[in-house]
Design a protein around this ligand. Sequence first.
Ligand code: IVH
Length: 675
Amino acid sequence: MSPRLRSGQGPRQARSAGIAPRAESLREQIEEANYRYYVLDDPQITDAEFDALLHELIELENAHPELRTPDSPTQRVGAIASERFAPFEHARPMLSLANAVTSDELRAFDERARKAAGTSRVAYVCELKIDGLAVALDYRNGSLARGGTRGDGRIGEDVTANLRTVKTIPLRLRVPASVEARGEVYLRKTDFERLNAAREHEGLPVFANPRNAASGGVRQLDPALTAQRRLSFFAYQLVSDEGLRTQWEALRRLAALGLPVNPNVARAEALEDVLAYCRRWEERRDDLDYEIDGVVVKVDDFALQERLGVVARDPRWAIAFKFKPREARTKLLDIAVSVGRTGTLNPNAVLKPVQIGGVTVKSATLHNIDYIKSNDIRIGDTVLVTRAGDVIPRVVGPVLVERTGKEHRFRMPDRCPVCGADVDHPPGEAMSRCTNAACPAQVYERVRHFASRGAMDMEGLGDVMAQQLTDLGLVRDIADIYKLDRAALERVPRMGPKSVENLLRNIERSKQRGLARLLYGLGIRFVGTQTSAILAGDFGTIDAIAEASESELQRSEGIGPEVAGSVALFFKQAANGEMIARLKHAGVDTTAPKRPRAAEGKLTGKTFVLTGTLENLTREEAMQLIVRAGGKVTGSVSKKTDYVVAGADPGSKLTKAESLGIPVMDEVGLRKLLR
Ligand code: IVH
């Protein structure tokens, strides 16, 4: 699935050279790929390419055993453990799985199992193959004692402090059992999108897929950074001496212990049920909020599992049915630049059309210029493209072996491709911007956003209509929408009297959506639905927000200097003030029921920073307690911080607090303050 390394040599090369040098070259490439994949989290070839290298090496070594070296990658189960963490030794090896890609391979697997069982049918458990990172959790007397990654299957990395920040990993089981639970740490698609959007804002490199982000998250040196990734977990294996007899029982036991088990597991009476399950989930994978790359089929009966045993690196009682890959190679024909709502210039890949998982992909995101540069993507390159779920297709990187030298580097234009105005390339920022607020591309994006469902919800004013209204010059800013009348709309091609009536009625209705939706609809940078709702509730009218100073804005929950600055900047522009006056004049409701502020309380005026894992409170709960008492929680420690609340395994924030002499307390201390 995921890419591993942009190797210097493909398997096609060096064939004519001697066998020994080829084996050595394969070893080097595999080592390098593993290093990039597991240690750097910056993989650059696909799993399929990696497998091809590994298989070639295995075959070479099988044919010429004298070439096999003790340090060959074929001599270990998989990855290498990074040296940043203490080793985590697995009492029982964490195995990997053999793959099946066709139903015939599943049939062959079933045949072997039936033969070993001596029965005509074998029951299986079917589980989704979650695309994340395998970890082992060691519980002693019900309490999470240690957690580690899989590593090479024998020794992984001790990432206990990081795993403690994963909300769905219980720190305490519902029963004081001593067991080891194994499962997958993963990142939800929605959390992945949010993470990448935030990184893009900050000019940080974005992750190619949720798996990389999850795996990098688990291996952060500062657990606070792991916590920010919002990782999730599903348990799928129980190692215990509780006398369980089947995998199905084990899953039930995991759930009873309070561990999250994927709700889509199923017991299959025989192979036909397995095949149906695989077919169903290959079709429905996009319905899930997490990535799956296949189905894991496990023999249900543990006694039979034992009999089937393990061969080399794979158990014979389980197999991974891999879905069709959702990545492909194609030619990057060009890089087109579009202009976003806030004037950002967005580079988009123009691709030679290619089928990926049943969909024709012709374009993909390239994020920003930094992404293009850091991945060395050039026009004319053969590139690797992935399409993950409903997420927009993305160009992962160039396939370097395919380079001919005719490719050329892309440069962001200095003039807006739509209106020709100057482009601003702020130093240190990933995004370039068109400087003309009246740029038709910006107007179109703003109108489209304003009319969209989450904002003013004007049915009938979708992408096409927004484009036509701006192209015809009927709408030059969002307030112009409310000036539209029958005569104007009749000028729009293919608008019949009925559609005109409907649209006018929907525009009229939108006036009553209230301040929160209006504020969101204005498309102010960093102001999403949640921030809009908070500001609307706290301030009550658009005028109050417009007049608020940055520090007053920052008194609202979750509003930091960046958001406050952006809001203040928006209202400072004379053109925006004038536009809002016209909205009001048109009868748009610019008020919201005002919510009394958390206001006066024990912690009024006090700023807190939370770090580490608290004993009984989740971070959200602690935050709520503080905010309800009138206090504020911010993300980083500064001289303005009044208190730091530190739990287990605190991050660098604690060190900083200590160096600044800021009082540090634990959960008990916080509760005392609140009393
Ligand atoms: S069972 C011997 N079950 O897939 C059993 N693995 O190559 C080994 N995975 O490393 C694992 N979902 O990271 C199992 N429901 C599931 C899984 C699963 C994802 C991953 C896991 C493992 C890899 C197998």
